[in-house]
Design a protein around this ligand. Sequence first.
Ligand code: TXA
Ligand code: MG
Length: 344
Amino acid sequence: MKTTRLVVDNDVNKTQVYTQAVEKLKSGEVVAFPTETVYGLGAIATNELAVAKIFEAKGRPSDNPLIVHVGESQHILKYVSEISKKAENCIDAFWPGPLTLILHAKPNVFAPNVTAGLSTVGLRMPDHPVALELLKMLGEPVAAPSANLSGKPSPTTALHVEKDLQGRIPLILDGGATGIGVESTVVDFTVDPPVILRPGGVTAQMLSAVIGEVIEPNTTTVDDATVPRAPGMKYAHYAPDAPVYLIESNLDAVDLAIQSIHTQNQKVALLAPNELKNDQADWFFSLGDQQNPEESAHHLYAHLRACDDTAADIILVTLPLKTGVGAAIFNRLEKAADGNWWHS
Ligand code: TXA
Ligand code: MG
């Protein structure tokens, strides 16, 4: 299959680009498009065969449900059987934006493979002009996971999508680099107090300001059977080719680790804020200013991907601050590292 990448900026005939994308989706094909978090790979959420193509293109396990994207927030009762006051308040406060709400799905609305057979569905309205225009013109809900090969870091540029899915999908809408850089916050509103299943751009503090108590499972105890688990958590995620190790944010610890890796004749890539730059590292990727997690989030996946273009044997990543969107960065890094910490 030939993969076409169409740029949607001010210099092109946008109507023609959107029309092509809408026609592809209506004919049961998949289309990659930008959102404010990461690029998504979309199919019409009521078309089971189209949705199956998402799983096939990504190599995604079928028991990992997809997020459904909508272009407006007024008619949500077309999709869900009930909605709590807290969920409504969060939609008012955060849509369009990086918040996915898990709600009770109305039976027989979505294709069964969208929800992986669950009675609940994840819904979000993305805050990106290209995604919103596409959803508006299409007039249908779009199921879309991140547009990467399963297990790889999520794509924050159309070129990342092209690298992973070239020849596997027909069309990529190229709207430039995404803003936030990590996926939406997923919150389960079928329980009270609501539970954060995946931290993201809408932080726990932001949610609490609107709805009071929210449960934030401690990411380091995900093996505890009492902790609610997001489907798909058991699979490898965000993983570059070389193994990732988390290391404490400390100049001496990083220095010692690099020395010890070099003693083994291995090469090391370091992902760290500017404050922890180390000239001995064979490659250094800056996560920006340590006090600015938004900047780190914006660069995180591009840097993890860039490690695949180096000859690094080991990737060291310093521990981010866990405040604000830092919680989401920490969560993704723990998965990228598969729980591995560097001990010199
Ligand atoms: O920012 C985002 O959310 C991006 C963009 C494209 O919108 N999408 C995204 O989708 O990250 P994906 O498939 O990579 O992550 C979806 C995750 C699933 O792995 C699962 O953990 C959770 O959302 N999820 C979806 N439906 C669910 C459900 N019914 N119950 C619990 N968790 C669900
Ligand atoms: Mg994903």
